[in-house]
Design a protein around this ligand. Structure first.
Ligand SMILES: C[S@@+](CC[C@H](N)C(=O)[O-])C[C@H]1O[C@@H](n2cnc3c(N)ncnc32)[C@H](O)[C@@H]1O
Length: 282
């Protein structure tokens, strides 16, 4: 339904929204972050998810990490700097990859953090290359989530770790909930969200063991609310823009609506946000 080109185009077109509403230039993040009792502001929350996930996956300077769906490289650069590990970041968007490379050079991290335009369901990396596969809010874009899980398993070394954070819809959605979730997903070039129940089954059948699944919806809710508030500003801008430019991109217009839908559906209990950890057999 969405080709790799569509997904890359979605990110290229919505970069302006992330710059305006998501502190992109400073945080280099395209995710919801993690709010805990010590989090003082949005910027801290965006960086905090890197700390949380890297602790869960016990990432150290000995690791080679694949950042699967790396955006403009925010997490990859954080890992290279704060955990002194080596990272390969991959994205479908050539523009994001160029930006990530430029940032790695600017921050003196180019020897540790490398970036490539690749598909995480078919990376071309040799089997048993990585110690960790890391994915924040990217796997939702895969039509068949098991294509990502099988490829992650193949390229992990024996004993390697998978760590991801993502959106999962509630089981058996119907009526208005199902409709709103579908509209939100499609506005973000996501074919459909998985349920955590089906994701656990396919992760196990891809070979992952010692799965730990944690619901951290509470820790992302302040960001979901911030995005919802941005909707009311964005809607005015979008209306003016489409008044003057009848051919304004569908993704551009829809991205504003998704800011509303993601929060409304969270409050309706139609989705939750999970961290998933798993290991490849030693
Ligand atoms: C919401 S952004 C998250 C970016 C980054 N993980 C972060 O937290 O800032 C999703 C990213 O996943 C990437 N992506 C989606 N599908 C992909 C695929 N099949 N292969 C590689 N990257 C993909 C997009 O290009 C985009 O960079």
């Amino acid at each position: 339904m969405f080709s790799n080109k569509d997904i890359a185009r979605y990110y290229d077109l919505s970069e302006v929204h992330y710059k305006l509403f998501w502190n992109l230039e400073e945080s280099k993040s395209l995710h919801y972050g993690y709010w805990d009792a010590g989090t003082k502001n949005f910027h801290q929350a965006l960086l905090n998810i890197n700390k949380v996930l890297s602790e869960k996956a016990k990432i150290s300077d000995k690791d080679l990490v694949l950042d699967a769906g790396c955006g403009i490289g925010g997490s990859s650069l954080w890992l290279a700097r704060e955990r002194s590990c080596r990272v390969n970041g991959i994205s479908l968007s050539e523009k994001q990859v160029h930006k990530a490379i430029a940032l790695s050079e600017k921050e003196g991290l180019a020897a540790k953090a490398k970036f490539f335009q690749k598909d995480f369901t078919d990376t071309g990396f040799a089997a048993k290359t990585f110690d960790v596969v890391w994915a924040i809010e990217s796997v939702c874009h895969a039509k068949d989530k098991s294509d990502f899980l099988k490829e992650a398993y193949r390229i992990l070394k024996p004993g390697g770790r998978l760590i991801l954070a993502d959106f999962f819809k509630r089981e058996n959605l119907a009526g208005k909930d199902a409709e709103m979730i579908r509209d939100w997903a499609h506005g973000w070039a996501v074919p459909d969200f998985a349920t955590i129940e089906e994701f656990e089954i396919i992760a196990k059948s891809a070979g992952f063991k010692n799965l730990v699944i944690e619901d951290i919806s509470q820790a992302i809710e302040p960001s979901a609310k911030k995005l919802y508030r941005a909707y009311f500003i964005g809607i005015i801008g979008a209306k003016l823009y489409s008044l003057f430019r009848r051919n304004a991109s569908t993704f551009g217009k829809r991205n504003v609506e998704t800011a509303y839908l993601q929060y409304k559906t969270l409050k309706r209990g139609a989705w939750r946000y999970y961290v998933v950890y798993g290991e490849k057999q030693p």
